[in-house]
Design a binder for this molecule. Structure first.
Ligand SMILES: Nc1ncnc2c1ncn2[C@@H]1O[C@H](COP(=O)(O)OP(=O)(O)OP(=O)(O)O)[C@@H](O)[C@H]1O
Length: 247
């Protein structure tokens, strides 16, 4: 009898900030942050411009080394970027000379997925974000909303264990933004990834989050659980008022 070993299911990353202080050169931005993000959780950091939201995300991504404390991913200190932690930016971060397909294939290549498997995997994600038929276009031929769809496909194609999203819909018009929020909720249902999402829009935070972290002038303020279900219809007026009070 041959024993078969089931492959380990990929789960979301547990992320922990342990007494983390962040800054640039002599400029201190945030001191002594403590935060736990559970595997598979959607944690949204909301705060005004300049409060340090992107700075926290950069530290989790491994793009900024803490001045003190540690960022841990699954208990292991983060020392640099990893394909396990995909980033999605507000600005279009696609490679302009690569087609949609070749942009989405990129993380698959980095992950070591064989060439023959990259195309089908990329195509399925491109279809998933509603861009079937656009595979061979260049980013400049797409609208801003379409480019963010490609970024979303690219970030999820290689099944990262965490997705770090920095105001990904900030530059979009209200209607496109609403479409992208619904798309994100939809695709996240099929992944186990932990999501850390940064926004200054309280309504966006309440729509997407399992928990909202309020980043105010004194650093991390309250961490508030958001009641489900995650639909635009759920009334979260009381919570909204509390968050705005904290900001
Ligand atoms: N590369 C950098 N060098 C020096 N200072 C920086 C750098 N990036 C950000 N800062 C400073 O760090 C602070 C926090 O910036 P950060 O971009 O994290 O804020 P934010 O909350 O994401 O703001 P926004 O919503 O406007 O993007 C600000 O005072 C900013 O000027």
């Amino acid at each position: 009898m041959s024993a078969t070993v089931a492959p380990a299911l990929e789960t979301g990353l547990a992320i922990r900030l342990e007494g983390v202080s962040l800054g640039y050169g002599r400029h201190a931005v945030l001191e002594d942050l403590h935060l736990d993000v559970a595997p598979g959780e959607v944690l949204v950091i909301v705060g005004p411009s300049g409060s340090g939201k992107s700075t926290i995300l950069r530290a989790v991504a491994g793009l900024l080394t803490p001045r003190a404390g540690r960022v841990l991913a699954q208990g292991v200190p983060v020392t640099g970027p990893s394909p396990d932690r995909a980033m999605v930016f507000q600005d279009d971060a696609l490679l302009p000379w690569r087609t949609v397909r070749r942009n989405v294939e990129l993380p698959l290549r980095i992950r070591g997925v064989p060439r023959r498997d990259r195309g089908p995997a990329a195509e399925s994600w491109i279809a998933r974000v509603g861009l079937a038929g656009w595979e061979d276009r260049l980013p400049r031929e797409l609208s801003g909303g379409m480019r963010q769809r490609v970024q979303l496909a690219r970030s999820l194609a290689a099944a990262p264990r965490a997705v770090l999203m920095d105001e990904p819909f900030g530059a979009l018009d209200a209607q496109t933004r609403g479409e992208m929020q619904r798309l994100l909720l939809d695709v996240l249902r099929d992944t186990a990834a932990t999501v850390v999402f940064v926004t200054h829009d309280v309504d966006e935070a309440l729509l997407l989050a399992d928990r909202v972290v309020v980043l105010g002038r004194g650093g991390i303020g309250r961490v508030l659980p958001v009641p489900g279900p995650r639909t635009p219809e759920t009334d979260r007026a009381g919570l909204r008022a509390r968050i705005i009070e904290e900001l």
